[in-house]
Design a protein around this ligand. Structure first.
Ligand code: UDP
Length: 382
């Protein structure tokens, strides 16, 4: 069959590769002038530092299939991500762990003592947390929440944490030992030569033709193809005809300095009064490299306008209503499948994106083998 794929980030690349390996012809269209979507990494011209152009991306997974897959296309170097946060003029470790607790409260608690201490602070009257704030109060109590989460989350999402889903907080662990790694996953790594090289290797197949700076037109772009895989924004496929799904976009204030600017890869800023959410110092994402100079991104978050890059899907009540209307339209389309963070309007990590793209391709190939129509979705995005 002849497929056309809109978007050359991980989702589009992985689906294209799987289809091409099964003998199908795939044409890819990418509106940007480069591969890898928001995972794009490139060497900074002035310093040679490998920069995550659209903000930090750290690879972490428990999914063996995904781990084998990325290792097939690039060399992954073990990398334990560690984050610090500045609050009230002091520096603490994130995610909240025993040192964070002992520093904030001026204590010297051991694990069991800290667990009992935090439990006694936690609001046990909340049974089913209905929002981000309730989730935080239930698990850590008011002091930890106000210091490390309230201000940061207001800045990041532009909303009162009472209006945000509890699931956002569930991304972060709270630990009662001195383990300060940001993630719990079995595999935590960075690509030695960046993500762009991995995506380039994924799409390097005789069955795949890639067109950069060439957006797929939802109207005319499907002519001559049996099936379309759309990894761009779901609402963009329909020309935003019902309105726009809400996203947050990011602005990066980028600067170069000599030496070591902050001594770590990511410094968060928990205080609401500090306008930025975090600063990323990119050479610390590749600690095996040596650089005299350093490149720093100071990151702020704001509502995404029509010409901005969509980063984080907001998924509040009004977005979800609009989403359900778009899903209805999507299910009525013939010969189109919607895949990935933008195609399904969900907050996805890279490993989940790759895993879902692999399963989407499996589903497409199964449908073809059975002579069935290819479904529009392979996960429930509602
Ligand atoms: N968060 C916070 N304080 C922090 C770090 C994270 O309040 O210092 C909250 C915030 O709401 C954020 C969420 O936890 O959106 C998830 O954080 P994560 O680091 O996973 O976000 P990402 O790196 O994907 O932006």
């Amino acid at each position: 069959m002849r497929f056309v794929v809109g978007g050359a980030g991980f989702s589009g690349a992985v689906v294209a590769r799987q289809l091409a390996e099964a003998g199908h012809e795939v044409t890819m269209h990418e509106q940007r002038d480069h591969l890898a979507g928001n995972c794009y990494t490139v060497r900074d011209a002035g310093t040679d530092v490998l920069v995550h152009e659209y903000g930090p991306h750290i690879f972490h997974t428990d999914d063996e299939r995904v781990w084998e897959y990325v290792n097939r296309f690039g060399e992954m170097v073990p990398f334990n991500h560690r984050v610090r946060t500045t609050v009230g003029g002091r520096v603490y470790l994130m995610p909240v762990n025993l040192l964070t607790i002992n520093q904030l409260f001026g204590t010297a608690l051991r694990p069991d003592e800290a667990r009992a201490f935090v439990e006694q602070k936690a609001d046990s009257t909340i049974e089913e947390p209905a929002n981000f704030e309730e989730q935080a109060l239930k698990f850590m109590g008011r002091e930890l929440y106000e210091a490390f989460f309230e201000g940061y989350t207001r800045k990041q999402w532009g909303r009162d944490p009472k209006d945000l889903p509890a699931s956002i907080l569930s991304r972060l662990p709270i630990r009662f030992n001195y383990d300060d790694r940001y993630y719990n996953h079995q595999h935590q790594a960075m690509p030695r030569n960046g993500y762009t090289e991995i995506v380039a290797n994924i799409v390097d197949h005789p069955g795949i033709e890639v067109h950069l700076s060439s957006p797929l037109d939802p109207q005319g772009g499907r002519a001559g193809f049996d099936h379309i895989v759309w990894t761009g924004p779901l609402d963009a496929w329909f020309g935003h005809r019902l309105g726009r799904l809400g996203y947050r976009t990011l602005d990066f204030d980028r600067f170069t300095a000599a030496g070591d600017y902050q001594g770590c890869a990511v410094m968060n800023y928990g205080d609401y009064e500090v306008p930025y959410t975090r600063t990323s110092e990119h050479k610390h994402f590749a600690p095996w490299e040596q650089h005299q100079q350093t490149v720093v991104f100071r990151e702020t978050s704001r509502a995404c306008g029509p010409d901005d890059i969509p980063y984080y899907p907001i998924r509040l009540v009004d977005d979800k209503e609009l989403l359900s209307q778009y899903l209805e339209l999507a299910r009525g389309e013939s010969s189109v499948s919607f895949v990935g963070r933008l195609g399904t309007y969900r907050y996805l990590d890279m490993d989940v994106t790759i895993g879902e793209a692999l399963r989407a391709a499996d589903g497409m190939l199964e449908a073809i083998a059975a002579g069935d129509p290819i479904p529009p979705f392979f996960v429930d995005p509602s």
